[in-house]
Design a protein around this ligand. Sequence first.
Ligand SMILES: Nc1nc2c(c(=O)[nH]1)N[C@H]1C(S)=C(S)[C@@H](COP(=O)(O)O)O[C@H]1N2
Ligand SMILES: [Mo]
Length: 195
Amino acid sequence: MEYGMLPPGQRLAKGWPISHYGPVPRFRPDRWTLQVFGATADGRTRSWSFDEVCAMPRTTVEADLHCASGTSTVGHTFFGVPAGALLALAPPAAGVSHVMAWAEYGYSANLRLADFTADTTLMATHHNHEPLTAEHGFPLRLVVPHLFGYKGPKWLRGIEYMTRDRRGFWEERGYHNIADPWSGQRHSYQEDEHP
Ligand SMILES: Nc1nc2c(c(=O)[nH]1)N[C@H]1C(S)=C(S)[C@@H](COP(=O)(O)O)O[C@H]1N2
Ligand SMILES: [Mo]
């Protein structure tokens, strides 16, 4: 995956289109939390306010984004908490193999633990040095640049540690469970193909 290349079947979109299912949620700081739950090492749920999330270690990631419908956008600069850093703050139990990333209104995306802890996976608060806009996921958005866009919930609210895989929102609706754009993993029926 060289810089400037698009995955097979992808075309460059104009600007940064907005694409999601359902309405844009309103941010209510007094009620908002980011939770880590499920198979934590000590069995407890952890919860942080948005201010507390902003006090976590943050880094910058340069990313191109690929939507499974065939459009890509390139050259994004995201700033936020590396997803892997969350594991240090809320250690998972020994058998955790996957996570479910949960967003407002029940949107979800399942990820292999290794995809969640990848160097470029970020819980972003900022895009191109500005806070995210509401339409692009303010206040917090998971960015998983090496997978198709549906693996990156906007309006992120929770991470569930799982000891076995379970399909998320689009994965239950015919989209590929892994979603590697460089392998063209768009549809669930392709999961039977062994390249
Ligand atoms: N909460 C939520 N997050 C979501 C979605 C959604 O429907 N709901 N759609 C995903 C899909 S399919 C894509 S391609 C990207 C689009 O992000 P953008 O609107 O910032 O371009 O958001 C992802 N995150
Ligand atoms: Mo998408």
